[in-house]
Ligand binder design. Structure first.
Ligand code: ZN
Length: 222
């Protein structure tokens, strides 16, 4: 009848409103995020430059840092370097949370001694190894999507630099965090993990949880 058609119309209108709101919510805050550039992009293949003192705290640099943190969280990465979002500046961000670790359950979390840590924003980082002891473990990179390989890294490093407000900071890191710091600092000097990888261990992430083949190097993190 006439009134039930009107009811249905009203109901459909409400449904449309709800769907539009849901789409707006899902895409809010992420639609304007920069894209992660991948191997081959010019910005990944020329050295990033230092952030000048006068730029620290500027709207532009703060926006770059904000974008980096958002992209890292959205892509569930544990680190990101500015060149990866197309910005040729020496800035890195790192973060790993218990939740993110829980969301990526795989046997390597344990084998890699994955330990969550709070957000770190470092401008103009300088990395120094603290000993010549090394670890060997799998790494991936948002800029080399779909692959992973084992990379040898120093077990203990010290990174000095500036925080977002320009205050000097020093991070003494070992294990998981030390390895991520080395990966991110490398990005600023035109080095991707594939330049340092144990070539035989290079594989597609489809085989992420597969046992290592006989004769392959084994992961060691201590
Ligand atoms: Zn990377």
């Amino acid at each position: 009848s006439h009134s039930s058609a009107r009811t249905r119309e009203g109901w459909l209108a409400w449904l449309a409103v709800v769907i539009v709101c849901m789409l707006a919510y899902i895409t809010s805050g992420t639609s304007d995020l920069p894209r992660v550039v991948t191997a081959g992009a010019r910005v990944l293949h020329k050295p990033a430059r230092e952030v000048y003192p006068g730029e620290i705290g500027s709207a532009r640099v703060d926006k770059v840092i904000d974008d980096m943190v958002k992209v890292m969280r959205k892509r569930r990465a544990v680190g990101l370097a500015a060149p990866q979002i197309g910005v040729p500046l020496r800035i890195i961000v790192l973060e790993d949370t218990k939740l993110r670790k829980a969301l990526s359950p795989n046997k390597y979390n344990k084998e890699q001694d994955r330990r969550p840590f709070d957000l770190l924003v470092i401008l103009n980082p300088k990395l120094k190894e603290k000993s010549n002891k090394t670890a060997l473990s799998f790494e991936g990179c948002l800029s080399v999507p779909g692959y992973e390989a084992m990379v040898e890294r120093f077990l203990e490093v010290e990174v000095t630099g500036l925080d977002q407000d320009g205050q000097p900071i020093k991070v003494d890191a070992s294990g998981w965090l030390a390895r991520i710091l080395q990966h991110e600092c490398d990005h600023l000097d035109v080095v991707l993990y594939v330049d340092k990888m144990e070539k035989r261990t290079f594989r597609t992430v489809r085989y992420h949880n597969m046992p290592l083949a006989k004769g392959w190097p084994q992961q060691r993190v201590s």
